[in-house]
Design a protein around this ligand. Structure first.
Ligand code: NDP
Length: 337
């Protein structure tokens, strides 16, 4: 197998030196295990957190360890009754071309039900994050205004489309004209805004004349600062991610905005609630698969994938994800399907 291991803990944006490419033999299969060939590797913003040893909800990747990540793989050898050679499975085998895994830690995928890559995106963890965070915490009501940034990504695009299904008005924020166009033309947002535009604050005000009832927080930074000032009485803020800060090495410039934010939480009776999607898995994953499966089949939820060929391009693609060079769910095609 060829693996990408964590060579050092990055300071700021990860560099090529933070990763080491290593070719190694895999152990013999034990009873209950399968040998997997990686087809798609999912790249997700949370991986930046795993590269750091700061205290978090999950343990960091150890130095010298293989970078973690969800994968879609083909079973090429099996010592388990659960999986046969040729099965396509969802696994958590990380940044490598081949891996040995316990069959019970894989989920079999049906390629006739949906393209298998969707198990890493719209019908997988990111889609589920949108579904659980929006419906459990955001609770959009018909006619309300829902705002989300990173809106062409797998989480944000699902948030906007589910908000529409629930009868709310969806305002999407993305970086650059091409992404902004996709928000209304591809994903059906009511309004789309470019956070890089010098008039962003005014554009947001014009797009939300009745204020904002749900802000699905994906990014933090200046976008959040502009949105937070427009939150209505009893608005809900599911705090899902803060990707604008993931490479940060110091506090942002300018005055301390926390007192102003706390004051709005108080006077507007805001609900600001962080979550990690796995919290909702036991109760909501099955209904998610049923609902989202139906919405994707009947075209009410659309998705976009950004597929980069070759494991060797993983570090560069990952750097791009943290600053918006991806356009849709970022996947590495490690080997042909
Ligand atoms: P995306 O594919 O949307 O990629 C991240 C996007 O963030 C970039 O494409 C870029 O889009 C945007 N972005 C980067 N920097 C900034 C910035 N400074 N200001 C505004 N936007 C920025 O990622 P996902 O859909 O996979 O993830 C979205 C968020 O959800 C992340 O914060 C992630 O950590 C979080 N998440 C949380 C989970 C949980 O359980 N809590 C689970 C899964 C994801 P653009 O070019 O449009 O600016």
């Amino acid at each position: 197998t060829t693996q990408i291991r964590l060579a050092s803990r990055p300071v700021g944006e990860p560099t090529d030196d933070d990763f080491a490419f290593v070719t190694d033999d895999l152990p013999e299969l034990a009873e209950g295990q399968v040998l997997l060939r990686t087809i798609y590797l999912s790249l997700d913003p949370y991986m930046r957190g795993r590269m750091s040893d700061a205290k978090s909800y999950a343990a960091p990747v150890p130095l010298g360890g293989v970078m973690v990540g969800q994968t879609v793989c083909e079973v090429i050898e099996s010592r388990s009754d659960r999986r046969a050679v040729g099965d396509l499975v969802l696994a958590y085998t990380g940044w490598q071309t081949h891996a040995v895994a316990d069959a019970q830690h894989t989920r079999r995928l049906d390629p006739d039900a949906a393209p298998v890559s969707t198990a890493l995106g719209v019908l997988g963890m990111p889609g589920f994050t949108a579904y659980a965070g929006l419906l459990e915490i955001g609770r959009p009501q018909p006619g309300e205004t829902v705002v989300v940034a990173a809106a062409t990504g797998p989480v944000g695009s699902a948030v906007g489309q589910i908000a529409k299904i629930k009868g709310a008005r969806a305002v999407g924020i993305a970086g650059g004209p091409e992404k902004v166009r996709a928000l209304t033309e591809e994903f059906g947002f009511d309004v789309a805004l470019d956070h890089r535009s010098p008039t962003f604050r005014d554009d947001l005000a014009a797009a939300t004349p009745d204020g904002i009832d749900v802000y699905f927080e994906n990014v933090g930074g200046p976008v959040a600062d502009a949105v937070n000032r427009r939150l209505n009485l009893y608005a809900r803020v599911p705090v899902c991610g803060l990707v604008a800060n993931y490479n940060a090495t110091s506090a942002p410039e300018g005055p301390d905005r926390l007192p102003g934010y706390m004051s709005r939480i108080l006077t507007q009776s805001l609900t600001v609630r962080g979550f990690i999607q796995s919290e909702f898995e036991p109760t909501l994953f099955k209904p998610f698969l049923a609902d989202m499966g139906e919405w994707v089949r009947d075209g009410r939820v659309r998705y976009r994938e950004d597929i980069v060929e070759g494991l060797e391009n993983t570090p560069e693609a990952f750097r791009g994800l943290l600053v918006g060079r991806n356009f849709g769910k970022l996947l590495i095609q490690v080997a042909p399907l």
